[in-house]
Ligand binder design. Sequence first.
Ligand code: ATP
Ligand code: MG
Length: 469
Amino acid sequence: MFKSVFGRLLTTYLIITILVVATLTLVVSSIYKDAIFSEKRNNLEAAAKKVTLLTSDFMNKKIEAAELSAAIDAMGYSTGAIIYALKIDRAKFEKDQAFRVDGLNDTFVPGDILKILDGQTVFRNKQYSEDFGTYVLFIGYPLTVNERNIGAVLLFCPINDINQNVNQMNLAIWLAACLVIIGSMPFIYFNSRRISRPIKQIEIAARKIAAGEKVEDTDIVSDDEIGKLSKSFNAMKDQIELTEKMRRELIANISHDLRTPLTSINGFIQGMLEGIIKPEDQFQYLKIIQEETNRLIRMTSDILDLAKIESGSINLKIEEINLKGVVDAAISSLRFKAQSKNITFFGQGDPDIRVLADAEKLMQILSNILGNAIKYTAEGGNINITSENQGEMIRISVRDDGIGISQDNLPFIFEKFFRADQSRQTDEDSTGLGLSIVKNLVALSGGNLGAESEIGVGTTVYFTLPSVK
Ligand SMILES: Nc1ncnc2c1ncn2[C@@H]1O[C@H](COP(=O)(O)OP(=O)(O)OP(=O)(O)O)[C@@H](O)[C@H]1O
Ligand SMILES: [Mg+2]
């Protein structure tokens, strides 16, 4: 338990609470004890003063001896102290310390008497008294009659009585402290759980992800660091799931696209070996096998290209390029394909426009886009190439009047292996990798790629490249 965040929080909170409450309790009880003792001292001092006054009244014959004795008894009773009012002849006392009062044998007393006779008030907060067999609070007060110190008033108050009070109060304070600690337990428990639960939740989810299991989003809603951690964790989880989904789809697509031509090649070869295909037809089938093999070679090199671009292991040789030169080269490399479908190229851009790009990659971009325009345009169609200076960037557009792409499919044409019309994928020479390679290359060159299209009207694919200032 103490190895978990919850356990650690719980013990830390508990230790802090106990320490704080215990310290507060000690401080309060010591303040209380001091207050009680000082109040007691004040009471005793007041009583001593009163005894002095009464004695003075007695000596001046204002009150009777019985009255004095009764008053002193009453004060002793009310203060809980034993009171002595002693008349002492200083000279005699100094000479032989002749001081004999029944029951007053404590050794500290004679020393204090001298000070008292000098007019001082003596306090002893915790003095052991042999006479009383216990600790006492002692006060010695000068007995002054008609402005002359004629003796001492001694008060002995057993501490036990005071302590009993203090102890009772202490018990109450400690009891309250225990209640505070017990009362704070649920708060400490729930707060520790509130902090540790999300961490535990994320830890369990992370463990499941590591084991390849599917997990739900963590449902932690807070604005603090844990809430932010949870959000980042959910985003990371989604990204991992997406990557995993893409990996699965990629493998499924690649296996499917490899299996289809391989199956047909295998079928034709088997047909020839078993004599089902007649020798005079074999040339025609070997042509098909060659086409399929070329398609496989093209596809594997496209996949390798994409993998290289996506892993960031290709470096572009960016230089100033005359755009028209590359467009012309791309058109001429596709000339035969275009001628075979009677397709005409228009535009071809401003001869003075120069862009910052890698010549070889720009050629690859244009060949792919123009290749698509030819492939998806019917016999006798037109392809228009235009370039436009937008200041920082040059925008190159390739517009055809071909079959077009539906609005449903348009957002996906730059994704790997996406082919708009699923039915034509078997008989057409396409793998759906061209535009995703183009998208990556344009992005690497610092530009953007987009497309607009309408079924039956045509398609415009455009991209931008940095211009030469
Ligand atoms: N000019 C266009 N006209 C109509 N559809 C297009 C055009 N360009 C692309 N598409 C659609 O977008 C899809 C994806 O294009 P992409 O170039 O990536 O793949 P592909 O041409 O099918 O195969 P590949 O280029 O790998 O041989 C195409 O299958 C097609 O459906
Ligand atoms: Mg293509």
